[in-house]
Design a protein around this ligand. Structure first.
Ligand code: PMP
Length: 410
């Protein structure tokens, strides 16, 4: 697509034409939770199940060959999209499993009592709880970088203070609550200079920005396919060669072994050590199709489109009495995620009232309780926009929000 044509993009997503039971057209603003899927993804998965469903890597028949080829072709396309080689991409169920994999297979083996892991208050629970568990198990120290509340960004001075002696830095690329895009290049450079490895949680980042693993230079990058047009149930870990060589096993059983006897087992090396059991075949094929589909999108144009919509929503919300905003989409690199609250309408009620207008948004603590604590709130309402949203949808959202606030927020 040379010009950004939102209607052409929308026509690839059958769900976007849905009329809800109350007669309202769907306005889908919950993309940070999961994105919708284009026909290319739905069809690729359906073709696999209808014509060559088979287990991969283990059969000597035509279907098994076809399934294995499709699984590995997908790995090649996905790795290439992220500037990585296929042997550096490990399929996981998503970001949550990818971070657990790093904690269990790499950190548990390579860190020891007293080693420090730097986290931030902006992390999703997926990038906090595995480290807390490991801390209980082996006594690592956790250091949390606080938020600069004025700027809704990380306090970089505090980061610099947390760094000396740290073995690993784990940072979210783009916040699922604030939409803030963190200065990950600077964070990685400082970590490298200080001898720490880096893990970038790109669950939100990968859907609005092209990420190049090799250029970025992080040791670990975690991905969730379902937030970038792919299916649920799959994502991945991009892992640097030397970190991969330091990994022990994660999940154990079939596929990751070279040989097993009643006396013990010998494991495979590299990525093969870290993928256990029947692979996520349909899901990998679906993710590969999503990547092929996304490859046709100009990400700069997409980013401009999302930013223009986010600014329109932000400016409109700023004028509504009683609304507090916790995001600033004018910040460079911000995603289309905006958190907000009404001072007199509870967030659950507001979401329910907007749902009556066909608007799908998220309410709650967004698996980011430390961030909620830092903001001093129990929850927020959150709209999260993506490449197929339109100006008309923003106008419809603002009209409903104004109406709800006038009627229930006085
Ligand atoms: N990190 C961030 C920033 C996220 O937004 C999410 C999903 N909400 C996750 C991690 C967890 O991803 P998943 O549920 O796909 O494993």
């Amino acid at each position: 697509m040379s010009m950004y044509d939102v209607e052409e993009i929308r026509s690839d997503f059958p769900i976007l034409g849905r009329i809800l039971p109350n007669g309202k057209p769907l306005v889908y603003f919950d993309n940070a939770a999961t994105s919708q899927k284009p026909n290319a993804v739905i069809d690729a998965m359906s073709t696999y199940y209808k014509t060559y469903n088979s287990n991969a890597h283990r059969g000597a028949h035509t279907l098994a060959d076809e399934a294995t080829t499709a699984l590995e072709d997908a790995r090649e396309s996905i790795a290439a999209f992220f500037g990585a080689t296929p042997s550096n991409l490990i399929y996981t169920s998503g970001t949550t499993e990818a971070i657990n994999l790093v904690a269990y297979a790499w950190a548990r083996k390579n860190l020891a009592e007293g080693d420090a892991v730097v986290l931030t208050e902006m992390e999703h629970h997926a990038d906090i709880v595995p480290w807390q568990e490991l801390s209980k198990e082996i006594g690592i120290e956790l250091r949390y970088v606080p938020l600069d509340l004025e700027k809704m960004s990380l306090d970089m001075e505090a980061y610099k203070h947390a760094l000396p002696g740290a073995a690993l830095v784990c940072v979210v690329h783009t916040s699922n609550v604030l939409g803030t895009r963190n200065p990950i290049e600077e964070i990685i450079a400082l970590a490298k200079a200080s001898g720490a490895r880096t893990l970038i949680d790109a669950a939100q980042g990968a859907s609005h920005e092209r990420i190049n693993f090799e250029e970025l230079g992080a040791d670990f990058v975690t991905l969730s396919a379902h937030k970038m047009a792919g299916p649920t149930g799959i994502g991945g870990l991009l892992i640097a060669n030397d970190a991969l060589a330091q990994c022990g096993p994660f999940l154990t059983g079939g596929q990751m072994i070279r040989s097993v006897s009643t006396d013990g087992s010998v494991y495979r090396d590299g990525a093969a050590l870290l993928e256990t059991g029947t692979p996520r075949i349909a899901e990998a094929i679906g993710w590969g199709a999503a990547i092929d589909w996304l490859s046709k999108i100009d990400f700069d144009q997409m980013h401009d489109h999302i930013k223009a919509l986010a600014m329109m929503a932000y400016e409109g919300m700023r004028e509504i009495d009683g609304i507090t905003l916790y995001s600033d989409p004018s910040r460079p690199g911000s995603s289309g995620t905006i958190s907000f609250l009404h001072e007199r309408i509870a967030s659950d009620d507001l979401a329910m009232l907007l749902n009556e207008g066909g608007i799908a948004l998220r309410t709650g603590q967004h698996c980011a309780q430390p961030l909620m604590d830092a903001l001093g709130v129990a929850s927020t309402n959150r709209i999260s926009l993506w490449l197929y949203n339109t100006e008309e949808e923003i106008q419809s959202f603002l009209t409903h929000l104004r109406m709800v606030c006038e009627r229930f927020g006085a």
